[in-house]
Design a protein around this ligand. Structure first.
Ligand SMILES: [Zn+2]
Ligand SMILES: [Zn+2]
Length: 386
């Protein structure tokens, strides 16, 4: 984190590059490092993120100005503040310069309930919370991808007051105590002289504005919780325990901050025919003694439907056949796994007299030639028991 590259270097432009230069440089690099062009390439992925981040800042004139003045600390709240998070685009959004100095110099000096992670400036944008949802899928739904409806309860901007928290027809008033700055100056007489400090205005809690008559719908909070049904495209190939993200579908941010995400975790219900092993599919098929001996065309279920497979003459019980590229599609990539088919001979039961008779006749006609393993076993047995 401390070694973030200079955004102008990332885009390969000079400090006085025009908006047009930036856009051209960005498009070229974004295309070059795009994940679709570089599947599975972690370096390209990191570069792509870096390029996006650099462009997000430099293409916004306000952020660019802050960046020019203060470097990364001017645009990234987690930079140098020890938060350690960051990395997710969209986390920037008007970070107040005053806040940076507070977090640099204000932290650590005890007595103020130190260590609080609450932003000092109550007007600073705050990203909305993420919402976590679990969705249960069948084997086939996960293998082929599907549409699902999920229900979330999320905080959205109050329509009635437009998010201001003030009753319809009124608007928040400038705080008379601090004149709208949210801060008041306090003078303290100490043995080393008069010290002037600033503290957060208590009348408005630092907001600089006062809501006299709160909006009835959100009780002055500016956000209300709604139950929403979202249609979700589940990517083909997703596995049990994996999560995918709906960006910006979580709680609405505060003070113009970005919305949170909806994280959808997948659980898979067991299937009666198929078992999954990563991107491979396993399936057990019982065959008859005769099919195994003489060979036969059997029907194999796959995720694409039924296919025919020729079991060769003399197939042993437990033999595993591989059907290439009949497995699960790779999530967000090309190609797919294989399907493994294990054939097990079902020993027949409940035979009638005629069937028993036929088998006995067959046995009488059999010789060691038909049973290599059996023969070698008895040879070994003979040697061992001498
Ligand atoms: Zn409201
Ligand atoms: Zn105030």
């Amino acid at each position: 984190m401390a070694d973030k590259r200079d955004y102008y270097d990332v885009l390969g432009v000079s400090k006085d590059a025009s908006a047009d230069d930036l856009k051209k440089a960005y498009r070229k690099l974004a295309k070059q490092y795009h994940p679709d062009m570089n599947p599975g390439d972690k370096t390209a992925e990191a570069k792509f993120k870096e390029v996006n981040e650099a462009y997000e800042v430099l293409s916004d004139s306000t952020k660019r100005q802050r960046y020019d003045q203060f470097g990364h600390a001017g645009v990234d709240p987690s930079y140098g503040a020890g938060a350690g998070a960051g990395g997710f685009g969209g986390g920037f959004g008007g970070f107040d310069v005053g806040d940076i100095f507070e977090s640099f110099f204000g932290g650590g000096f005890g007595g103020f309930g130190g260590g609080s992670s609450r932003p000092r400036n109550p007007n600073a944008p705050i990203r909305g919370n993420d919402i976590n949802v679990t969705v249960g899928l069948s084997f086939m739904e996960a293998a082929k991808g599907c549409k699902q409806q999920i229900t979330v309860q999320r905080l959205e901007k109050c329509e009635t007051c437009g998010g201001s928290g003030a009753k319809k027809g009124t608007s928040p008033e400038t705080c008379p105590e601090c004149g709208g700055t949210g801060q008041v100056k306090v003078q303290q007489r100490t043995p080393i002289g008069v010290i002037q400090t600033t503290r957060t205005c208590t009348k408005c809690s630092g907001k600089g504005k006062i809501v006299k008559e709160p909006c009835g719908d959100c009780r002055g909070m500016g956000r209300v919780r709604h139950t929403r049904t979202l249609e979700v495209s589940v990517p083909a190939g997703i596995d049990d325990g994996q999560t995918f993200v709906l960006r910006g579908q979580g709680d609405e941010g505060l003070n113009g901050g970005p919305s949170g995400d909806v994280n959808i975790m997948v659980t898979l219900r067991p299937d009666t025919l198929f078992e999954r092993d990563g991107f491979d599919v396993w399936c057990d098929i019982p065959i008859t003694f005769t099919q195994a001996v003489l060979g036969d065309e059997i029907v194999v279920p796959t995720i694409d439907g039924k296919v025919k497979y020729n079991v060769p003459e003399g197939t042993q019980s437990g033999t595993v056949f591989r059907l290439r590229n009949k497995g699960i599609p790779y999530v967000n990539g090309r190609g797919r796994g294989d399907q493994y088919v294990k054939v097990n001979i079902e020993v027949p039961r409940n035979l009638n007299a005629k069937q028993k008779d036929a088998l006995k006749k067959f046995e009488d006609l059999s010789s060691d030639r038909n049973y290599e393993k059996r023969k070698s076993f008895f040879d070994k047995l003979k040697d061992a028991m001498k």
